[in-house]
Design a protein around this ligand. Sequence first.
Ligand SMILES: Cc1ncc(COP(=O)(O)O)c(C=O)c1O
Length: 401
Amino acid sequence: MTARLDEALRAQVGAVDERGTAKRHEPVVVDLLPAKGPKGPRLLLDDGRAYLRMNGNGYLGLATHPAVVWAEEQATRRYGSGPGAVRFISGTTREHVALEERLAAFHDRPAAIVFSAAYSAVVGTLAALTTPATAIVSDELNHNCIINGMRLAQPARKAVYPHLDLERLAAELDATTGVDRVLVVTDGVFSMRGDHAPLRELAELAAAHDHRFSDGVTLLVDDSHGVGALGETGRGTEELCNTRSGVLVATLGKALGVNGGYVVGSSALVDLLRETAPTYVYSNPITPGEAAAARAAVDVLDSEEGSALLANLQARTSQLREGITALGLETLPGRHPVVPLVVRDTARTRRLVTHLRDHGILATGLAYPVVPRGEDEIRFQVSASHTEADIAEVLEALATA
Ligand SMILES: Cc1ncc(COP(=O)(O)O)c(C=O)c1O
């Protein structure tokens, strides 16, 4: 690398710093401290202090569940720590196969396929499903993996509709002609706001236009934040909306507490993905230990214990939402454990994040371009491992801000 390129890179990073949106100063976790008395678990950071994590995606607290950790340990002892190759070369173990069977059964679908992350599941699926005669229609607030997936897929037509705007989506579908296949793509839960797509209405719109295209209109949902967090039994936005998508993608790395991503759908879909999804064919899978741990996590979710975890998650989420409103602060309505505190000002958001950290609470401030301009917020994420006292601690800290 030349010194001039190095200089140019330094200037690019400097521009990020000037905008005040730097992400690279990552807090370093050195230990996990178990729940004690009325308080839930804490993170010990390298500054020597213990913190309440209000910015984790582990909605059910399963990453430290004894059955999940035990399953990972046992599989790692049996198969070793890494997969050793991509799946079709020699990287498939019984654990990968068993996990896929469990995920297909959990979502009541014929088949499932596991990727190294939900990000690569979305990118690989969009690339594999998009032919030169495919149109993709996408919500403007969809996750970055969908945006980049569409870039790689290079559909014949690409349309983006305003967030949750069904009229504009219908108009985009009306305007779509000259293609064989249409994919309507949406996040199930939108991670920055905790709101969700009206999947029933989306499925109805897709069905209404289906006959106009030889391969029909397929609804593809990325419910990475929904599975394990929404619905009576944690089956996500589909369960909440009492409907189904044609292709469902989700992660193993949030509510399920492990790592990796997956797609469930028809056998033909999964066969095609195993043959052609580039992020599956050419990239290592999750480890055997992760596969075993993820299956154990699905088993916990799909049990009475899982129902109890979901109930506590709902109770703590309501406690935080109602507490924020009682303090006269702004949040968005909803049931999801992503609870935004809407601040609408970048500097104030940053000061609040610092105030919370000074009070032993880790929360993340979001500014443009992660959220639209003027919608700066602190994103709180509730977990079933939080206690009533933990949420009260957050509300007390906000009250003194
Ligand atoms: C909607 C959505 N899809 C995918 C991802 C990425 O998940 P993973 O970490 O499994 O790649 C995220 C995580 O932020 C997400 O919010």
